[in-house]
Design a protein around this ligand. Sequence first.
Ligand code: DOR
Ligand code: ZN
Length: 362
Amino acid sequence: MTDAPSRLTLRRPDDWHVHLRDGAMLHAVLPATARVFGRAIVMPNLKPPITRVDQAIAYRDRILEALPEGVQFTPLMTVYLTDDLSPAVVEKGFLEGVWTAAKLYPANATTNSAAGVTDLVALAPVLAAMEALGMPLLVHGEVTDPDVDIFDREAVFIERHLIALRERHPRLKVVLEHITTAQAVDYVASEGPILAATITPHHLHLNRNAVFAGGLRSDFYCLPVVKRETHRRALVKAATSGDPSFFLGTDSAPHPRAGKESACGCAGIFNALHALESYATLFEKEGALDRLEAFASESGPRFYGLPLNEGSVTLERSHQQVPERLEGPFKALPDGSTLDSHQAPVLFHGGELLPWRVTEVS
Ligand code: DOR
Ligand code: ZN
């Protein structure tokens, strides 16, 4: 046994799945992601969703304007697929370098997905164009059929839809996003390297007992919902295995407090502020710290066909107490909007001690 390291330097990582939102929330949450991650795949589920090239360019500009001084960060934009999006629009945005990938939300599967896709077979012309371009399809893999138990929605989506979709489009690069089940792990492991998956910090740390521990914890409600312990173990094994088909995607999804703490609370966990520390803690528990760099900084860019980042991040073993909520001051935008501190999102690991701290980013 070697001694536990006190410092860990990694190639600068990327976040292959994040919700940055817009307006005052964007300004409040972006610094957390941009400080640590060199690039991030930005989800398009705004209101209205990002379905046009000009919208994506304008959104990218708002992200770049919201960046703190001196921070180097590249947002990678995605297009939100709908039933009537034309292949020509998808192609144009990709060839112009605006879109890195397209996001498939089955209609009504999650937050702001009402405009999502209702018929995957009818999406064939768009998917064929993406296949020809080498443009990745990012999938929220859950069926929305109310007859399917919520804990089975991911496994049923793979069986009923994903296998057939990939048979129709065998050269399409697909990322099954935020996987939560052993079935997803097995399917991705057997179908790589053209199929990959992102894994979030919260699905690595939580099982479904956590949602009900001592009361109903709406802060642990996300979609897909966290599953039973056997599934969490399968995710931990996959993330720490070194298999390049599994890489980092936080699915950090901030909501104002009132949206979470309500009789019908929103799905989403805001983890961006301590995401890398969260993964490091988990990898260390598994004796797999030497595999964190591949998961966080290498396998994602290789799948996307992008260069690895040049810079580095250093984590030090130094306990930090995670605050309960994102702390201000929150900037007032020119239109007068700001994030009311009572509405600041709750932090994943809030109130806990984490053994690692990011101390340097270059
Ligand atoms: O928990 C989630 N929150 N899952 C998603 O798929 C969407 C996200 C959000 O946008 O809030
Ligand atoms: Zn998401």
